[in-house]
Design a protein around this ligand. Structure first.
Ligand code: SF4
Length: 187
């Protein structure tokens, strides 16, 4: 499908919170259609551009990953503030994903297991890392829609490139059909 271009390029920003970048890899998997996209879209803040801060009003924000620390909260709120449409991309953003497996275990126990009881910790070291510059870990991992309003959800781990392509072009340009069941994955 060729995207109809308009005079002004649409703007997209993306980020990964508590995610593995697999959803971004799936975004890159749209392959040659990326060339169509960059004709009509400008990527702002994103791991794809390495731009660290949103610099303008954004038409579409794509969020990978759930919310596991206070920096994630800050980034997600900034995306909500600057993006007209905000999308949870993938299982981790929608449900917390793999990182949310810790949600049934008290945070103190998780930290002790990770830093004190792990076989690779230095003998005698009894230190859980903490510093004013380190993000504070939250009591549990939250799906994005529990922190800010999310407009659309694209399920999957990761969502397929075709599903991302169809959703993004439909949202931004009103083109393409609705996602059929063949594009909706929960694995
Ligand atoms: Fe990675 Fe899957 Fe989470 Fe996407 S949904 S960030 S691919 S674990």
């Amino acid at each position: 499908m060729t995207i109809k271009s308009s005079a002004k390029k649409k703007t997209i920003a993306t980020t990964s919170l508590a995610g593995c970048f697999g959803c971004h890899m799936s975004l890159l998997d749209i392959d040659l259609r990326l060339l169509d996209l960059i004709d009509v879209v400008q990527f702002d803040r994103s791991p794809l551009t390495d731009i660290k801060n949103i610099s303008q009003r954004i038409d579409l924000g794509l969020i990978e990953g759930g919310v596991c620390n206070d920096e994630n909260v800050h980034v997600l709120r900034a995306f909500r503030e600057h993006c007209d449409i905000l999308v949870s991309l993938g299982e981790c953003a929608i449900m917390g994903g793999l990182p949310a497996l810790r949600n049934d275990i008290p945070l103190k126990e998780c930290l002790e297991e990770a830093y004190l009881n792990v076989p690779t910790s230095e003998p005698g070291a009894r230190l859980i890392p903490h510093h004013v510059d380190l993000p504070k870990i939250l009591d549990r991992v939250y799906p994005c829609h529990e922190i800010v309003k999310i407009d659309y959800f694209i399920p999957g781990c990761a969502p397929s490139a075709d599903a991302i392509w169809k959703a993004v072009t439909a949202i931004l340009f009103g083109q393409g059909e609705a996602l059929g069941p063949e594009f909706i994955r929960y694995d």
